[in-house]
Design a protein around this ligand. Structure first.
Ligand code: C5P
Length: 231
């Protein structure tokens, strides 16, 4: 079969990562979590003792980032300088600091270059599965990193649905208290990220899937339907 590149963008709590992984598994494609790359860059800067306010030092550190992204959707690992940081990059300290790194335009240029290289490599030769191609997800994949992707999806959800999902992820419950505890983190990060990338409205040719009233499997099926319709 012809290679297939699927680009999926969306805000935090849209279910982007788990949906993209399931879509990649279903299609037998590689999976690239570009948010994990910004998180890994943030972890690395902190590990190296770089002040996140020093934009030049952050850019220099990220240009030297010894990053290995595992692209198997069954087990997407993130390794920095030989250390497995897959779990560490999900910690609150990294989530709280990541926008400072991701809004650095030199960092975006460098990580965007690595992301395009990974996508091109999977398009040319599937690295672990039968099929050639990849599902890449983030904030600017449909617009900046892979505007030429075969399929481009913006995965959205209402603020209410996104906060409830994030609360469930982080606190194991979506009661009022847990939602309030995640509100500031989710909305502030999206507001900060929005200063450099647009991921709330779909660009030309990008199909919007609104998951507010869909469960997980329904959302995966909706994205697979977009893939089927456009290939
Ligand atoms: O998707 P996730 O929440 O893990 O992304 C973490 C952070 O990485 C985002 O808050 C954003 O700052 C950054 N990011 C980005 N561009 C992407 C993917 C993620 O700026 N394509």
């Amino acid at each position: 079969p012809a290679p297939l590149v699927v680009a999926i963008d969306g805000p935090s709590g849209s279910g982007k990562s788990s949906v993209s992984r399931a879509v990649a598994r279903s299609l037998g494609l590689a999976y690239l979590d570009t948010g994990a790359m910004y998180r890994a860059a943030t972890w690395w800067c902190v590990d190296q003792g770089v002040a996140l306010t020093d934009t030049g030092a952050v850019a220099d550190a990220v240009r030297a980032l010894p990053l290995v992204m595992g692209v198997d959707p069954q087990d997407p690992t993130v390794v920095v300088g030989g250390t497995d940081v897959t779990a560490a990059i999900r910690e609150t300290a990294v989530s709280a600091a990541v926008s400072a790194v991701a809004t650095n335009l030199d960092v975006r240029a460098e990580l965007g270059r690595l992301q395009r290289a990974a996508i091109d490599a999977e398009r040319a030769a599937g690295s672990f599965s039968g099929g050639r191609g990849i599902v890449a997800e983030g904030r600017d994949i449909t617009t900046v990193v892979a505007p030429d992707a075969d399929v481009r999806v913006l995965l959205t959800a209402s603020e209410e649905a996104r906060l409830a999902r994030r609360a469930l992820d982080v606190h194991g419950t979506a009661d009022a208290e847990a939602v309030e505890a995640t509100r500031d983190q989710v909305l502030r990060r999206d507001a900060d990220d929005s200063t450099v990338v647009e991921f709330h409205t779909a660009a030309d040719g990008v199909v919007t899937v609104d998951s507010s009233h869909l469960d997980f499997q329904e959302t995966v099926d909706a994205v697979l339907a977009v893939v089927a319709a456009s290939t």
